[in-house]
Design a protein around this ligand. Structure first.
Ligand code: ZN
Length: 411
């Protein structure tokens, strides 16, 4: 057993209550104005685009703040602000601009008019931070003041390191999001784990009632466990009930579907997906702990699916109009995306590493003998290979993942 340690970061969401919520709104507004100022400044200076974040911040400060000996900056920032507030807003602006640049060529037509990033509180912008309260430095419209806020929510994990919190305006509540950094006992590299002969679980996402299939191999290449993680049908059924309501509401609005109108259904779908993904990911980790698994190998994520879901989630569109909900594809992809996310941190906490492998050409050979699959029956999900092996094709893929992981990292 190696004693190298690693860490994972999870976000704790606490409800925040305070005497002057309007100060939070005013500070948020100011934060987004500063964010936009640095967003524009960064985009105007193409020579900074390839620099690292620290260097960008430093150079933007030179451009916008008076220096020693009363040097006049090129683009003076029109506000006088606490340095840690300004820096947090500038970093948010830089991040927004970078994401803009990643999406395609920047021009003044597609520049953001307004930014909405949640305000992050760096040190010196908060104090007396505990499970039950936090005191924030806020702009009340005319000056900076400290305000004590009460916090409600589940306890922080023991020994976890709290990082810069941010205030997030939810639909009905004000929330404090706190990233918590936890160290895990065993973070030896995948290569080391496999060289030590530890167990590998190949995990393949499936369809229908099966969320995914796991197959565990020991150091001698012997299969020591198989599990089908089910519940997909129940989940799809619950989603469909919500989607039917959406369809009805779309029809009653003449197919238009206004922003906000379907929002409550979206939120309900989100909750359904999260609870299903939590169930499945916890079950996978339990199974892997029982089988002494040290590495979980999954197939690389399909990007297009994720982008599509992100886009759908961001819009207030009439969800049912596209018909994707009816086929269940979108729900399944969405659930898979969440399961991956939850699995990664739950496994990590349990000292298990999750690794992504490319699944190209893994789908069409038999995991047991390596010969080509003669046929796969889409409907039954069965495969038959040239040597007469047959079984579930997702199980075949899970076995291939475990085996390939060992081949790739066991050298
Ligand atoms: Zn075979």
């Amino acid at each position: 057993m190696s004693n190298r340690t690693g860490y994972c970061i999870t976000t704790w969401r606490l409800r925040l209550r305070c005497r002057h919520p309007q100060w939070l709104f005013l500070t948020q507004e100011l934060f987004n104005q500063i964010e936009l100022f640095y967003y524009d400044l960064f985009l105007e200076h193409e020579e900074l685009w390839e620099e690292n974040s620290q260097e960008i911040l430093r150079k933007l400060e030179v451009l916008s703040l008076p220096g020693r000996e009363k040097r006049i900056p090129e683009n003076p920032l029109p506000w006088k602000l606490p340095p840690y507030f300004r820096r947090a807003a500038a970093n948010a602006g830089i991040a927004a601009a970078k994401s803009r640049l990643r999406k395609g060529k920047f021009s003044h037509i597609n520049r953001a008019e307004k930014l909405h990033s949640a305000m992050v509180f760096y040190k010196r912008m908060y104090k007396n931070f505990s499970q039950k309260e936090i005191t924030l430095k806020l702009w009340d419209g005319s000056r900076w003041q400290w305000m004590r806020c009460r916090l409600y929510g589940k306890d922080f994990p023991e020994g976890g390191e709290r990082m810069s919190p941010s205030v997030v305006f939810d639909r009905n509540f004000i929330m404090l999001h706190v990233p918590v950094k936890e160290t895990t006992g065993d973070a030896s590299s995948v290569r080391l784990r496999i060289r030590e002969g530890r167990n590998i679980c190949g995990l393949q996402f499936a369809g229908g009632d099966i969320a995914c299939v796991g197959s565990v191999f020991d150091k001698d290449g012997k299969e020591v466990g198989v599990r089908f993680f089910r519940g997909g049908n129940g989940y799809s059924h619950r989603c469909r009930m919500v989607l039917e309501r959406v369809e009805k509401s779309c029809k009653s609005m003449g197919g238009g579907g206004e922003e906000g109108q379907n929002r409550k259904y979206w939120i309900r779908l989100g909750h359904l997906t999260d609870s299903y993904a939590h169930e499945v990911s916890s079950e996978i980790v339990r199974f892997c702990q029982e089988r002494d698994v040290s590495v979980i190998a999954i197939a690389k994520e399909k990007r297009e699916g994720k982008d599509r879901i992100a886009r759908k989630n961001g819009s207030g569109d009439c969800y049912a109009n596209e018909g994707v909900g009816k086929s269940g594809v979108l729900e399944r992809l969405h659930a898979e995306w969440r399961i991956r996310e939850f699995l990664r941190y739950k496994a990590w906490k349990a000292g298990i590493v999750v690794i992504e492998l490319s699944l190209e050409h893994m789908d069409d050979v038999c995991a047991l003998c390596g010969s080509e699959l003669a046929k796969t029956r889409e409907t039954s999900g069965e495969f038959v290979c040239g040597m007469g092996h047959h079984g579930n094709r997702y199980l075949n893929a899970a076995r291939k993942l475990a085996k390939n992981c060992k081949i790739q990292f066991g050298k």
